[in-house]
Design a protein around this ligand. Sequence first.
Ligand code: C5P
Length: 233
Amino acid sequence: DRCWSVVPAAGNGSRMQAVLPKQYLTLNNKTVIELTLGKLLHIAEISGVVVCHADSDTRFGELAIAKHPRIFAAIGGTERAHSVFNGLGYLRDMAQSDDADWVMVHDAARPCVSHASLERLLGHCRKTGRGAILASPVADTLKRQQANTPIITETVSRDNLWQAHTPQCFRLGELHAALKAALSTGVAITDEASAIEHCGGSVDLIEDSRDNIKITRPEDLALAGFILGQQAL
Ligand code: C5P
């Protein structure tokens, strides 16, 4: 089976308080999305990467990486799940793809994923035949808040609790069907694994480095720059 990647990149990054969507902010003269795509392209087993950008986005096509032979562009949607669904549809329309192929869905805003984690995830899926996601065990103590007050109602045990990262890797056909079902029923889908879970599928956790941060707030950009600098050493 081949492996593909879908990169949702159609968010507007409103939490960044920046004029540009976060994937177009720069670190050492490279945009965040170029850094992220570079990580995926480094994995030779990935046959192609579909970037789902906003319909109104003219920046992506201007980047040199948009012309890379393994990079393809599709149009994103109103929510992340719609963007991913469109990317999967693009892949399924490609002659060389098969529903049994693997697809790694990876946020454009996670440039710090390591080559080792990408290889571990894909290796696990290929070996076991099961879908899996990168994740890290919850480190902080978790509190539940009473709605609309500052009051803690309980401390939530962090035993067996993980933070989901991306990539999340599934069979192309299975993920397409799961997202289609989830989008039609209107359940909240914040990652691919939750769509598979809603369909009764099982998903494995693969421990990832806590360095695989999602750039969400302004301070995350400097931290990502530091992590990328360490990876280059
Ligand atoms: O907003 P959030 O941090 O959850 O976004 C995660 C990823 O999903 C980002 O790479 C963002 O560009 C993408 N996204 C998308 N389409 C949307 C919303 C977010 O592709 N409608």
